[in-house]
Write a protein that binds this ligand. Structure first.
Ligand code: UD1
Length: 418
């Protein structure tokens, strides 16, 4: 199995281009199922999760063409309504075909995703939202079985908890429903806005995406369009943290600074100079050691849980003590034990981690446990003495396009080894 070898001690310096957002492209690819003609998606990142989604769509009968960063999906040939366990278990976001299949074909069967490393992650909010639109849903033999008698019916629905995936599933279904839907306590993530923009380009009538109240006037048909996926804010944040930890100076290009307020504020607190110019963000640490920061993860626009592990890596080598509260997922401190292997000083009490910065980490073999945890181990490896070898990097390939080449271009000593 492939591993990543990082040799620490290099100050990152240079420019890196940010790819399209994983968490935007996955729902958008699922939304193509709603159209009556081919949909062309551009700025598609080369990620394992994107390939899994392409496989899922092809398995449903859609025509999928992929060339460079462009993916065209022709949904006219869809002839299956089943998302099988084999795919859903490898990628939870597969559940996002539920709303589109149901709205477009009146029937959908999607395997229950089950748990994953970072928590139990149920889908009850997806199901309740679709039921509010009139769907008949049962859970049977490990499958969510959904049916609709004719078109779904627009409705007002209040989400019990803020959920990105549930908002997306119900938003997609409501786009083709009869009448008006109002989604309250909706997730406000930039990826929801990107999905709504794509749906509107397909002919939907959605307003309010990006706020907690989304209004959808259902339309009878959606058609093909061309849509460019927004920049990945988590990839952006990861490179900026890498620059801050190594005392370096890095410019990210093709980014969306407006989607990163909470992350940029925390980076400024570490002592970094940050300059924004259009779609470019430059972080200059002037060779300094970062100051520790406290943070609490929460739904957008607050600090994203997908950046928690990377900031923990930063706190590990910062000056002072950082207190990190994780409020989104119950088990998202899997990286702690691996960071301890590198010499970090971290105490966990429930959902809180107290990180005391140490002067130096020391390289060691470690194991990636989930996507963002893998990134935190690479970041730690960049500042550790000697060699850090990260195992189980398939997690990383799910969400970061070519991370070792991109970090290598900034001067990092990093490579894949067998
Ligand atoms: C998405 C992101 C993921 C990110 C997360 C939170 C994608 C593909 N993934 O995941 O990277 O970490 O948002 O920002 O976009 N919950 C329920 N019932 C449900 C659904 C969710 O209780 O039916 C709970 C979850 O267990 C979790 C919380 O709600 O505690 C938020 O999860 P949610 O926003 O749904 O995350 P995902 O959409 O799965």
């Amino acid at each position: 199995m492939q591993k990543i070898l990082v040799q620490g001690g290099i100050r990152l310096d240079g420019e890196v281009r940010i790819s399209g957002a994983k968490n935007a492209v996955l729902p958008i690819l699922c939304a193509t199922l709603l159209a009556d003609s081919p949909v062309c998606i551009t700025n598609v990142p080369r990620l394992h999760d994107v390939l899994t989604t392409a496989k899922l769509l092809a398995g449903l009968g859609a025509g999928v063409e992929h060339a460079g960063d462009v993916m065209t999906v022709d949904p006219r040939s869809v002839n299956s309504h089943v998302a099988p366990y084999e795919l859903v278990k490898t990628m939870r976001a597969s559940v996002l075909v539920l709303g589109p299949l149901l709205a477009k074909h009146g029937v959908a069967e999607v395997s229950l995703p089950g748990g994953c490393a970072i928590g139990s992650r149920p889908v009850d909010l997806h199901i309740k939202g679709l039921q509010a639109l009139g769907a008949d849903i049962t859970v049977d033999h490990g499958f969510i079985k959904a049916r609709s008698n004719g078109r779904l019916k627009g409705a007002r629905h209040v989400f019990e908890l803020v959920s990105v995936g549930a908002t997306e599933n119900v938003l997609m279904a409501a786009a083709l429903a009869e009448g008006t839907s109002v989604l309250e306590n909706a997730a406000m993530e930039p990826e929801i806005v990107d999905l709504a923009n794509c749906l509107n380009a397909m002919g939907a009538n959605i307003s309010g995406a990006g706020s907690s109240r989304i209004v959808i006037e259902g339309v009878p048909h959606l058609s093909g369009c061309t849509h460019a996926v927004i920049a990945d804010r988590i990839e952006t944040g990861t490179f900026l943290v890498a620059a801050a930890m190594t005392g370096g100076r890095v410019t990210v290009t093709h980014a969306r600074p407006g989607t990163l307020d909470a992350v940029l504020d925390k980076l400024r607190e570490t002592g970094a100079d940050i300059a924004i110019e259009g779609d470019r963000i430059t972080l200059d640490m002037h060779g300094k050691r970062p100051q520790a920061v406290n943070l609490t993860t929460a739904p957008h626009p607050a600090f994203p849980t997908d950046m928690q592990a990377q900031f923990m890596a930063l706190d590990c080598v910062a000056e002072g003590v950082g207190v990190i509260n994780e409020t989104i997922f119950e088990n998202r401190f899997m990286h702690v034990n691996e960071l301890l292997r590198l010499g970090a000083d971290i105490r966990v009490d429930g959902h809180t981690a107290v990180v005391r910065g140490v002067a130096k980490l020391s390289g060691a073999p470690v194991m990636a446990t989930d996507l963002r945890a893998s990134a935190s181990l690479i970041l730690a490896g960049l500042v550790a003495d000697g060699d850090t070898v990260i195992d189980r990097i398939y997690h990383l390939d799910r969400g970061y396009e070519n991370i070792e080449a991109k970090l290598g271009a900034l001067g990092a000593r990093i490579r894949r080894v067998d």
